[in-house]
Write a protein that binds this ligand. Structure first.
Ligand SMILES: [Mg+2]
Ligand SMILES: [Zn+2]
Length: 191
């Protein structure tokens, strides 16, 4: 969607939201979509949203894998999504950690969720109207990043979501998974 205010986006957390949470996932062989995730992304694209993945990857900071490995994994995800006619418009990653990072990766950055830096960068890069955009994630940090950026927020119960549900403000929408979240967003659009 486009208006004088900019395009609308759905920001998606990656681990635990799009794919099954596996600690420090970076290999394509270990990547497993949450059921319905690729269909959810296709529905959001068909509804006119930009789909932007925003992912904290402290595994880079910790030296478990490098940024190139994250990019390779995302190209694999792109290929998988293409088989169902879905796509992601952009990926933003935070490779930092304030305490456990090695060398330049140990920093109090502005991009690690719950800070909204990745969303703000995407908004500037892609002309996104944050006030009409959404974030979907499985952690309170995703919700907090969305709220800080002025977005609408949905917590999903996959990944860490069921355990984090009590941490989010009571007016935050909670959905069972990313597919239910996509349906809720599209229903909201039409109401
Ligand atoms: Mg997550
Ligand atoms: Zn960062």
């Amino acid at each position: 969607m486009t208006s004088e205010k900019g395009r609308t986006a759905v920001f998606l957390d990656r681990d635990g939201t799009i794919n099954v949470e596996k600690e420090y996932l970076h290999r394509a062989e270990e990547f497993e979509f949450v059921p319905g995730a690729s269909e959810a992304i296709r529905l959001l694209k068909e509804a006119g949203f930009l789909v932007v993945v925003v992912t904290n990857q402290s595994g880079v900071a910790r030296g478990y894998y490098d940024e190139a490995a994250v990019h390779r994994l995302h190209r694999f995800v792109d290929q998988e999504l293409a088989t169902v006619g879905a796509s992601v418009d952009a990926y933003y990653l935070c490779p930092h950690h304030p305490h456990h990072g090695i060398g330049p990766y140990r920093t109090e950055c502005a991009c690690r969720k719950p800070l909204p830096g990745m969303l703000l960068s995407a908004a500037a890069d892609l002309g996104i109207d944050l006030s009409r955009s959404w974030i979907v994630g499985d952690k309170a940090a995703d919700v907090e990043a969305g709220l800080a950026a002025g977005c609408r927020t949905i917590l999903v119960r996959t990944g860490y979501g069921a355990a984090e549900e009590h941490l989010v403000p009571p007016d935050v929408t909670v959905c069972d998974d990313i597919f239910a979240a996509a349906r809720a967003i599209i229903t909201h659009l039409r109401s």
